[in-house]
Design a protein around this ligand. Structure first.
Ligand code: ZN
Length: 152
């Protein structure tokens, strides 16, 4: 496994729309492993492929330690409720904002075997689903933040 470099806001790669994965190749599996290692190394709760320079619809999330969620070609298929809470991003270090996100989110995705599965998350996990899936469409949380919590 290898730790990857995380692109920072201002890099145009973060603003591009990612293409779906059409075949789960060894390269995709290696990317999933490397993304998880990179996320854990920096203490993040989620990482999307464009953040490491790969314009493919791949996300890893680990809101609860040891519970890694790998999402290939994820789509939000249902959501409900509402939460306002702090949000940050590994590509926007040192900044935090308040966002409004659904409280419950269900995602449909492929796992690393190419099988379709649905997963529902609430609270932090719901927020992570929204945040990371937005990355796949070139969107950052600062675009939709109600306000930023900058110290200056
Ligand atoms: Zn992010």
């Amino acid at each position: 496994m290898a730790k990857l470099r995380i692109l920072k806001v201002g890099d145009s790669t973060l603003r591009k729309v990612c293409r779906p994965v059409d075949a789960i190749t060894p390269r995709v599996l290696t990317l999933l492993d490397d993304m998880a290692e990179t996320m854990r190394a920096v203490g993040g709760a989620g990482l999307a492929a464009p953040q490491v320079g790969v314009l493919r619809r791949i996300v890893v999330i680990e809101v609860e330690e040891g519970q890694l969620i790998e999402l290939i070609n994820p789509k939000i298929i249902a959501y409900s409720g509402e939460q306002e809470s702090e949000e940050g991003c590994l590509s926007i270090p040192g900044r935090w904002g308040i966002t409004r996100r659904p409280m419950h989110v269900t995602v449909r995705a492929l796992n690393r075997k190419g099988e379709t599965f649905d997963i529902t998350g609430s609270g932090m996990l719901a927020k992570a689903f929204c945040h990371e899936l937005d990355h796949l469409d070139g969107k950052l949380y600062i675009d939709c933040a109600l306000r930023m919590l900058d110290t200056e």
